[in-house]
Design a protein around this ligand. Structure first.
Ligand code: NAI
Ligand code: ISE
Length: 341
């Protein structure tokens, strides 16, 4: 069995606190060694009751806390580059929440830094790859019985957006999941983006372009469309339908309790990502812990994080400028497969 993996969690907000709980109570083979958040009360609240945990306002101090052998980054995206480089400098394996680094130049610096090390240290938190439904869809498409995929139709709805959420974030935060899922499901890069804006919802904050309709093209000529609507008001819904040459497959219908009474049937809808993807986050973190303890780093790579940043940036330009924007990726270091499986 060996020693449990001592993890420093950076950022103790919604995701960070949930990952602390998961590492402490759900995942086997790990322990929370340190929690860092500039809002020290959040760090303390997340670490409360965990034996031996150190809490720090400064992320680098948490990396240097006794027993830290790996890092989970759950701070806001703009803080990720510094945290990843600090982890690399200490030779610590990292699970980094999406977006790896929000801007493509910063994301490329991470790819270059890891390539210089000559081995992977980073796994990126695209948790849909660990969702049971997405995995079934991926296995079906890879099996080939449906023929070549021609189109993916995707839906990504949130009940409401957090304060300050911008029109660009619909693409570089929300749709970043579809960008990664499409690359992974189809096994190819996305090459161009177009964004259309339907009339904005009265339920969206003033000035937010919500919903949006995003259309991606792929290397082999497939099309991926995404309806993203982050103030839909009625539930957290993520769907994907693959249309192939010899059939189709759809995931993301609500698979929850259906209560029937004399006046009709009522089906529950997930309120947010923490509920809808709870199993996926558990599997993601367990796989990461198991791999790191076995001396490996697997899952979505820094290249996947970089590709998502470039595609999202092209998407934001398409949103702002109106036209079709081509995606230009830098040369891929040998360390990485085109799209990690
Ligand atoms: N995989 C997924 O489905 C989801 C991923 N995320 C990602 O998780 C990350 C965190 O998001 P949330 O927890 O929703 O945000 P949040 O705003 O709830 O929490 C962020 C926390 O990080 C702290 N922080 C700020 N700067 C920091 C730094 N330099 N070092 C350490 N902590 C710092 C803040 O004080 C705050 O407590 C983001 O990258 C976000 O995109 C968020 C929601 C879902
Ligand atoms: O990653 C996430 C958030 O950051 C994003 O803002 C939401 O739209 C996504 O549904 C959620 O999974």
């Amino acid at each position: 069995m060996g020693e449990p993996l001592g993890v420093a969690v950076l950022g103790a907000g919604n995701m960070g606190a949930d990952h602390v709980r998961r590492l402490d109570r759900v995942v086997s083979g790990a322990r929370v060694a340190a929690v860092a958040d500039p809002d020290i009360e959040r760090a303390r609240a997340a670490g409360a009751g965990i034996a031996g945990v150190r809490v720090h306002p400064d992320p680098e101090a948490a990396l240097d806390a006794p027993g830290v052998a790996a890092v989970l980054i759950a701070s806001p995206g703009p803080a990720h580059e510094a945290a990843l480089l600090a982890a690399f400098a200490r030779d610590l394996p990292v699970l980094c929440e999406k977006p790896m680094v929000p801007d493509s130049a910063g994301a490329l610096r991470i790819v270059a830094a890891e390539a210089r090390l000559g081995r992977r240290l980073a796994q990126i938190g695209f948790m849909r790859r660990y969702d049971a439904e997405y995995r079934r869809l991926k296995a079906l498409l890879d099996g080939g019985s449906l023929g070549r995929p021609l189109m993916l139709h995707c839906v990504h709805r949130n009940v409401s957006s957090p304060p300050g959420f911008t029109s660009a974030q619909l693409i570089n935060s929300s749709v970043s999941h579809e960008i990664d899922a499409a690359r992974w499901l189809l096994g190819e890069e996305l090459t161009a983006v177009t964004v259309r804006r339907p009339v904005s919802s009265g339920g969206a904050p003033e000035g937010l372009i919500d919903p949006q309709f995003v259309l991606f093209e792929t290397e082999r000529g497939a099309l991926v469309d995404v309806e993203v609507f982050v103030n839909c008001g009625f539930g957290y819904q993520v769907r994907c339908e693959a249309v192939c040459e010899a059939g189709g497959a759809r995931i993301g219908e609500e698979h929850t309790l259906v209560v029937t009474r004399a006046d009709g049937a009522r089906q529950e809808v997930a309120p947010d990502h923490l509920v809808r993807f709870a199993d996926a986050y558990d599997r993601e973190v367990q796989d990461w812990v198991d791999a790191v303890r076995a001396g490996r780093v697997t899952g979505p790579s820094a290249w996947d994080g970089y590709a998502a940043a470039v595609v999202a940036e092209a998407g934001v330009r398409a949103l702002e400028g109106g036209g079709r924007v081509a995606v230009g990726l830098a040369p891929r270091p040998d360390l990485y497969a085109t799209v990690s499986r």
